[in-house]
Every structure is written in structure tokens, then in C-alpha cells.
Design a protein around this ligand. Structure first.
Ligand code: NI
Length: 399
């Protein structure tokens, strides 16, 4: 094992990683527009001796290091996109692209993957198998992982395990959150159109009011989680958009609603969809309205595979020590890393970047988001050690 050397190398890389991260941070790019980011990544990876494919899944980059011909291919994934947020930090390396910010810290993920790539390249001759690094676009709009997979990123050579990380300002720097099983929720979307018959708001008896009907639907749907879901299980039904009407005294013909549903469990997911359909249709018919109910499954949940989680935990013991590993509370947020985990065993973990002394306390997507950069070498080391363990597993039986 090369663990001690990897940790030493990572620490030595710390300044270079900060420099790289600050450059990505200053020039953030939106989903599927990561042109400059991808170019910088491709150049860096080529320099390290990786075979590089660009424009995978539109703006993605896949880098491959062939160590020896007999062995599995282990993958790392880093998402690259930023958000339409106006940065409000006072950092000297704050965003120079107006209205765009790495407010979810994907610049840190890219940097950790580049650091791991550099470390792993120096052990190339001692590792069995291949290392593939996926630099993924468009995570924020749930489309990048699918685009990469559809474009063959997991094939040629086929990968047998994948690791990914997200920074987490709620976890202090120097710690890492690792958990087997469910970590992040399945993401579904729902779109409703409630149709009545509009007219003068002073004569409600002459109209069929879609506003009252839509309001009842929203309220009745709240009883699904409170009355029909096991209180020990987690689920969310939220509406983020309700639109209808233009004037205070005119009842419109139609009201449109859009919402999101989050669950961890496939059975519960199915149950909620059918209960929603029933509630929506019956509420509408009881008030004389027509309704269109659409339900779309966007992402499966992030479920960490026992074998992959065991490898990351072993690696984390080396990099963070026993006291550095925390068991995180699962998040109702979603992550398209889940799509890779539907295909191969994978582990997604949370890298601590929180530090109140430098104001690294703001949540993901905040215009004040900050991260402690001493997390970078740790993330790179954890990625690299996980890959080394995965490649060296006896018989390479990763499944
Ligand atoms: Ni993110």
C-alpha cells in the first residue's frame, strides 16, 4: 500500500490545489456551458499522461489512465457546473463572470479530482487496472450524468466501481461524512393544470373556480405525508409554483401548479404517486373542475453500495483518522450521481469544508457560500487512496 506516500504527496500539493481551485472559482460557467472549465481540465489531464476525451455528454471530459491491462476500471466523478447566483463574498478570487457563481462548490470537486489524478499518475506502474475520471457537466439541472452515460462514459473500458464527493459546509474541515445506504433523496416533479370556468369574482355561483380548487388540492396533498406515510420514513411534497389569474376581481379559467416530491424508498415513491393522483382527481371532481396530473421521475435516490462504502471508509480511516469520520444525516436534496449507482456500485461522500473562523458557514447555493480550502488535499487524498484500495482488492472482485 502507498497510503503514507499518498497523504504526503497530497499535503505537498495543497498550494497547487488552492491555486487551481481559485482559478475555477473566478471563472464559473453554467450547466452545459462549461467550455473553458473543460478545456483547462483536459489540458491538465493530458499533461499528466491521461488519454482524454472531450465533449462527452456535451461539455464533459473523460480521462483514462491505463495502468495494467488486467484489472478493473475504477472511476472518480467530479461535477463542474456553477449556478446563476451573484457572488456576494469579499474574497479576492470572487467570481469574475457576472451573475454566475460556484455557489455549490463544484470548483472544489474538480480540484480534488485533479489532485487525485496527479497523485495516481505517479503510482501508475504499481497499480493493476485502469483509472477513469469523469468530469461531468450540468449536475445542477439533473442532466449531466445522463448525458455522460448516454455518450458511453462508463464504457470502453467498462467501469466496475465509482466514487464521488460533495463538499459540505455543515461538516467541519478535517472531517468527512460517510454512510452506507440512502444518502440523498429521489427527485420527482409534478405538474398540474386545474381547469374551471372563469368569470366575475363577484358572482362565484356563475363560475367554476379553479383558484379555490387548486388551493384545496395543495392542502389535501399535505395529508399524504402526514396521514398515509409511516412516520419513521421520510418524504416531502412541496409546491414551488402556483399561477393563475391576472386581476383581483376576475376568476380565471385555469390554474397551473408545479411541485417536487422527495423519497428514499421505491415502494413509498410508487405509493405517493398513486395517492397524489387519487387526491388530485377527487378534489377536482368534488369542486366541478377538470384536472391534468403529470408526474415525472427525475432521479433515483443516492444509495451507497456496501462494498464501495467499505473502501471509502477504509481510505478515510487513513486520511482523516477514526475521529474524522462522521455519519451524516441523509439529505432530502437530490444528486444525479445516483444514475451511475444504478449501473455500478458506488459511494458518494461529503467532504467537510466548514470553518466559522473564515465564515465558511453558509449553505449550498448561498451567494455567501465559502469553503475551507484545507479540505482540498484531504479530498484528493481520499479519492486517491479509495482508488488504490479498489484496484488492489484481492481478485479484483469488486461486485
Ligand atoms: Ni452541488
Amino acid at each position: 500500500m502507498y497510503v503514507d506516500e499518498i497523504i504526503k504527496l497530497s499535503k505537498n500539493l495543497s498550494e497547487e490545489l488552492k491555486h487551481l481551485r481559485r482559478d475555477f472559482h473566478q471563472y464559473p460557467e453554467l450547466s452545459f456551458k462549461e467550455f473553458e472549465t473543460a478545456k483547462k481540465i483536459a489540458d491538465y489531464m493530458r499533461e499528466l499522461g491521461y488519454e482524454v476525451k472531450e465533449n462527452v455528454g456535451k461539455t464533459g471530459v473523460v480521462a483514462l489512465l491505463r495502468c495494467t491491462s488486467n484489472g478493473p476500471t475504477v472511476a472518480l466523478r467530479a461535477d463542474m457546473d456553477a449556478l446563476p447566483v451573484n457572488e456576494m463574498t469579499d474574497l479576492p478570487y470572487a467570481s469574475k463572470n457576472d451573475g454566475v457563481m460556484h455557489a455549490c462548490g463544484h470548483d472544489l470537486h474538480v480540484t480534488c479530482a485533479l489532485g487525485a489524478a496527479k497523485i495516481l499518475a505517479s503510482f501508475k506502474d504499481n497499480l493493476q487496472g485502469n483509472i477513469k475520471i469523469l468530469f461531468q457537466p450540468a449536475e445542477e439541472i439533473n442532466m449531466g450524468a445522463k448525458a455522460m452515460i448516454d455518450d458511453g462514459a462508463l464504457e470502453d473500458p467498462e467501469i466496475s466501481m465509482i466514487f464521488g464527493l460533495h463538499n459540505n459546509p455543515e461538516i467541519p474541515v478535517g472531517k468527512v461524512g460517510i454512510k452506507e445506504g440512502p444518502l440523498m433523496a429521489a427527485v420527482d416533479s409534478t405538474f398540474l393544470s386545474v381547469k374551471g370556468r372563469g368569470g366575475h369574482a363577484a358572482y362565484p355561483h356563475r363560475v367554476i373556480d379553479p383558484i379555490v380548487c387548486a388551493s384545496s388540492i395543495v392542502m389535501n396533498l399535505q395529508t399524504i405525508v402526514s396521514r398515509s406515510v409511516d412516520p419513521q420514513k421520510a418524504a416531502v411534497i412541496s409546491f414551488g409554483s402556483i399561477n393563475g389569474g391576472m386581476a383581483n376581481n376576475v376568476i380565471p379559467d385555469e390554474v397551473k401548479l408545479a411541485g417536487t416530491v422527495r423519497t428514499f424508498d421505491e415502494k413509498l415513491r410508487n405509493k405517493i404517486e398513486s395517492l397524489m393522483k387519487r387526491t388530485v382527481e377527487h378534489t377536482a371532481s368534488s369542486l366541478g373542475c377538470e384536472v391534468e396530473f403529470n408526474y415525472r421521475r427525475d432521479l433515483p435516490p443516492v444509495i451507497n453500495h456496501p462494498n464501495a462504502t467499505e473502501i471509502v471508509t477504509k481510505a478515510a480511516l487513513e486520511v482523516f483518522g477514526k475521529d474524522g469520520i462522521v455519519e451524516p444525516i441523509p439529505s432530502m436534496g437530490g444528486e444525479d450521481f445516483a444514475l451511475y449507482q444504478k449501473i455500478v456500485p458506488g459511494c458518494y461522500f461529503w467532504l467537510g469544508v466548514g470553518n466559522p473562523d473564515i465564515d465558511a458557514i453558509h449553505p449550498w447555493h448561498s451567494p455567501h457560500f465559502k469553503a475551507d480550502e484545507d479540505s482540498l488535499w484531504r479530498g484528493a487524498a481520499l479519492f486517491a487512496v479509495s482508488v488504490v484500495i479498489a484496484l488492489k482488492k484481492p481478485g479484483n472482485q469488486l461486485q
